[in-house]
Design a binder for this molecule. Structure first.
Ligand code: AMP
Ligand code: TRP
Length: 326
């Protein structure tokens, strides 16, 4: 059976970009693979976090994973900081990764350009991400398009280690959806949808109320001409809305395009809003139940124990290969 690993940062409420680009694949994969899904709180602190907010966001993300369909009986759903091996292998891999390759990461360049002070952790972030994945000998890593470069670096680090010290790590493959791997902003369709956008109109949060969803979609930018047609290069806005529609309704883009042939943007956007509301409603209801149930903390603790057993085997092997007295 294949192993799958992925992680999401507890840095605010997920957007439908996270859901359609990453989480929906997680849910699908848990029926065919041994899955590890992580709340990467150690990655979150690479930029300043308010401690109380971080704690709330961590529990909220745990609830969102489960509400979106991650079954804690099928998947190991845990918090990164509960499994010490992440920090340990993270350091070891910082000593395998090169300064030059970390400096070429576009996520680092973008995030560091937006801040006055940049932590060393923001720079070494990809070595910790490599550790997350390699600890579990994952074959597949479902992520959005924006994580592709980090995955390539993880593969380079794994291969470098294997070449130097002998076969140790499985070299993981990225798993990125062709449709939905990069959901775009509703206001600037050439920019990815992000929960950290200053303008809330740019994204749909997984917890947005139905009327908020309707308003955001009705205000979403469209392209010139009035035809509902998929054309990424010339009609990025409508193509993005078509992608969101198709994924939320579990239909193909072609099928949706055919339905709105000759109808213009108005009816399309109106229906899109209802399709998104209908997709979010059951998730939001389950989320509220889970947040008030108090069952999440125990669930995370149990999962961390299982994860640590697997992770420890890798750490011991790596330490021995590196020449530590064991
Ligand atoms: P993050 O919120 O940055 O921790 O991202 C969690 C997961 O969602 C990662 O796999 C990202 O690649 C994915 N993701 C984030 N934003 C988008 C987006 N706009 N479209 C598709 N996937 C996304
Ligand atoms: N860097 C990822 C993001 O920002 C989150 C992440 C951390 C991750 N560790 C991971 C994703 C391991 C996949 C696998 O979205």
């Amino acid at each position: 059976m294949k192993r799958v690993f992925s992680g999401i940062q507890p840095s605010g409420t997920l957007t439908i970009g996270n859901y359609l680009g990453a989480m929906k694949n997680f849910v699908r994969l848990q029926n065919e693979a041994e899955c590890y899904f992580c709340i990467v709180d150690l990655h979150a602190i690479t930029v300043p976090q308010d401690p109380a907010v971080l704690r709330t966001n961590t529990m909220s993300l745990a609830a969102m994973y489960v509400a979106s369909g991650i079954d804690p009986k099928k998947s190991t759903l845990f918090a990164q900081s509960h499994v010490r091996q992440h920090t340990e292998l993270g350091w070891l891999l910082q000593c395998i990764a090169y300064y030059g390759e970390l400096g070429r990461m576009t996520q680092f360049k973008d995030k560091s350009a937006q801040r006055d002070v940049v932590t060393a952790g923001l720079f070494t972030y990809p070595a910790l991400m490599a550790a997350d994945i390699l600890l579990y000998q994952a074959d597949l890593v479902p992520v959005g398009e924006d994580q592709k470069q980090h995955l390539e670096l993880t593969r380079d680090i794994a291969e470098r280690f294997n070449n130097r010290f002998g076969q140790t790590f499985v070299v993981p493959e990225p798993y990125i959806s062709k449709v939905g791997g990069r959901i775009m902003s509703l206001e600037e369709p050439t920019k990815k949808m992000s929960k950290s956008d200053e303008s809330a109109g740019a994204y749909i949060s997984m917890l947005d109320e139905p009327d908020v969803v309707r308003k955001k979609i009705s205000r979403a930018v469209t392209d010139s001409e009035r035809e509902v047609r998929y054309d990424d290069a010339n009609k990025p806005a409508i193509s993005n809305l078509l992608t969101i529609y198709a994924l939320c309704a579990d239909r193909t883009v072609e099928d949706v395009v055919a339905q709105y042939a000759g109808q213009g943007y108005g009816p399309f956007k109106k229906d899109l809003a209802e399709v998104v509301v209908a997709a979010l409603e059951p998730i939001q209801a389950r989320y509220r139940e889970l947040m008030s149930s108090g069952e999440l903390a125990a669930l995370l603790r149990d999962a961390a124990e299982r994860a640590a057993e697997v992770a420890e085997v890798t750490v011991q092997d790596v330490k021995e290969k590196l020449g530590f007295v064991v």
